[in-house]
Design a protein around this ligand. Structure first.
Ligand SMILES: *Cc1c(COP(=O)(O)O)cnc(C)c1O
Length: 362
């Protein structure tokens, strides 16, 4: 039992800034002087409508999204959109291009395959997802509906350091675990989508930034609640949205802006991840096998040279108040997730613990 807030390195749902939790707590019983909480607020009310407009505006400002794009707050989490992206974007095409760079790419591919042929344009499995194969060697297709990639592989600890492109088709990116952490040229994308529970808030909704001309690809066989054109026309209020999740995202966006926007968080993410990678690289006690150019700024994965020490490492870290550090069950090892809500000082505290552990057992 802890009687204080621990440092939460969970991969998702993940840490939220204290100030956001405090604000949600303060205004919980009486939101916007309505005499009722946000949980009880009608999604058709003016107060909630204003919240939807403000959050879309904040996304536009923070990520420099032009009016060529619509901003959707769609139901459910990323895995749902692994299916609804291909359904909405297939249009008259007969296949999709996907880069396979890790666990989440693989799952995205498995869903797209239900609806049309998937061309795996590059396959990182051959190198055990330790690197991203050179872009020049990808096999891009002329007739694909889009080219899909996973910007940050949350489980494998691998991140794109560039934006790929297809000369033929729009680019679609799963940015669930890297959105709001680096500047992006949005104009290079057809669609960016992200579940909210990592850098954007809590579980229940997904952000979709979609180039407006792509909306016409959605056909009426797609369930209306997941039809991007229907969602866009209804300003993301077609069905009753997860009002609380949307509200938390709005608080997060305001907090990101207050702190200094995307540039600030990009700098922070470099400092935080470097702090851990430098320590890992000092010797073989801790090991990370990812190609240096593609190491994730968001999810630092590592193993201990002596795997017998792993349980002890996790246990001692937990006693010191560091939680959520165990790697995903599909991969094992350790994983430290450094989303925006984790600051440099907290990261340094963990690095100190890692260093001290090494001194004792190395
Ligand atoms: C977490 C994550 C997902 C899966 O999200 P769900 O909430 O389980 O739908 C998909 N892609 C990436 C990159 C993720 O980090």
């Amino acid at each position: 039992m802890f009687n204080r807030r621990v440092i939460n390195f969970n991969a998702g749902p993940a840490a939220l800034p204290d100030s956001v939790l405090q604000r949600a707590h303060q205004e919980f019983f009486n939101w916007q002087g309505q005499g009722i909480s946000i949980l009880e607020t009608a999604h058709r009310s003016d107060a909630f409508y204003q919240l939807t407009l403000q959050s879309k505006q904040l996304i536009r400002e923070l990520l420099f999204v032009s009016n060529d794009y619509d901003i959707l707050f769609a139901p459910s989490s990323t895995r749902a959109h692994f299916a609804f992206i291909p359904l909405n974007l297939l249009g008259d095409c007969t296949c999709f291009d996907y880069a396979n760079t890790g666990y989440w790419s693989k799952h995205a591919i498995s869903q797209a395959q239900k609806y049309a042929k998937v061309n795996v344009v590059t396959d990182g499995e051959q190198t055990h997802y330790t690197t991203i194969p050179a872009y020049q060697d990808w096999h891009i297709n002329k007739n694909a509906a889009y080219l899909h990639y996973t910007d940050n592989e949350t489980i494998d600890g691998l991140e794109f350091s560039y934006i790929p492109e297809s000369p033929y088709a729009p680019l679609v990116a799963d940015m669930t675990s890297s959105i709001l952490s680096k500047p992006l040229d949005i104009n290079k994308f057809g669609v960016i989508y992200a579940g909210a529970q990592k850098n954007l808030g809590i579980a229940g909704i997904s952000l979709i930034i979609i180039r407006k001309d792509l909306l016409s690809r959605s056909n009426d066989k797609i369930p209306d609640v997941f039809n991007y054109q229907t969602i866009a026309k209804a300003e993301s209020l077609y069905n009753t949205p997860a009002v609380f999740a949307w509200y938390i995202t709005k608080l997060i966006l305001e907090w990101v802006k207050e702190q200094g926007g995307i540039d600030y968080f990009y700098e922070q993410s470099l400092s935080k991840s470097q702090c851990l990678y430098q320590l890992i690289d000092q010797d073989d006690f801790y090991q990370n096998k990812i190609n240096l150019s593609y190491r994730s700024r968001m999810n630092v994965v590592f193993d201990l040279e002596n795997p017998e020490l792993e349980a002890r490492f996790i246990d001692e870290a937990h006693k010191k108040g560091f939680v959520g550090i165990k790697g995903h069950k599909a991969k094992g090892g350790l994983r430290i997730s450094l989303y925006n809500a984790i600051n440099l000082e907290q990261t340094q505290q963990f690095a100190n613990f890692m260093n001290e552990f090494k001194q004792r057992y190395g």
